[in-house]
Ligand binder design. Sequence first.
Ligand SMILES: CC(C)(COP(=O)(O)OP(=O)(O)OC[C@H]1O[C@@H](n2cnc3c(N)ncnc32)[C@H](O)[C@@H]1OP(=O)(O)O)[C@@H](O)C(=O)NCCC(=O)NCCS
Length: 176
Amino acid sequence: MEIQSERLILREYVKEDWETVHLYGSIPEFSQYEMWGPNTEEDTKNFIADAMIKASISPRFEYELAVCLKEKNLQIGGCGIRRDSESSYVANLGWAIHPQFQNKGFATEAAAALIQVGFQQLNLAVIYATCDTRNIASFKVMEKLGMQRVGKLQGNRRIEGKILDSYRYEILPKSE
Ligand SMILES: CC(C)(COP(=O)(O)OP(=O)(O)OC[C@H]1O[C@@H](n2cnc3c(N)ncnc32)[C@H](O)[C@@H]1OP(=O)(O)O)[C@@H](O)C(=O)NCCC(=O)NCCS
């Protein structure tokens, strides 16, 4: 799959992407609110390998895509849309952008393109996203996308022994 937006290309990962993914995946603060990272080189290589396996499964139900700047052909982040199961019409969205490129609207632009594909091509009924309640940047993205906060998931995750809360946001297809 390849998706183009105004400034971005969302494309399949290739093996060589591990180096640019690792630039942010290895930063401890980058993953302070998430289960993903901080990565060793092996973790990042496994992440890419896993994304490539997901791309080869048929019928495909999980899409992990590299976010690249159109202008420079530079990989600056990642995003994903994953059905809850092969037959589900409910899917989860996720995003990550290298700190150097944050707060420029790139996560929102990438996710908006995924939402469009999710409703128009994958025929989804609901798209949702979750984030740590302290991850303001992430729930700002959800709000900018027009997603609605539908609940707080109390203690749904544990990172390094700490029990943490998340917000869940959802968006439905526009009614005709
Ligand atoms: C979450 C993340 C992907 C957002 O990427 P991004 O490209 O910077 O997102 P956008 O620029 O589209 O939007 C971010 C918004 O949050 C706002 N924001 C960021 N930090 C903020 C803070 N501490 N307080 C208030 N607003 C904040 C920005 O100002 C921007 O809003 P605006 O456009 O109204 O100014 C990025 O911060 C990231 O990669 N974080 C680390 C990984 C992560 O946590 N992923 C999410 C997992 S749920």
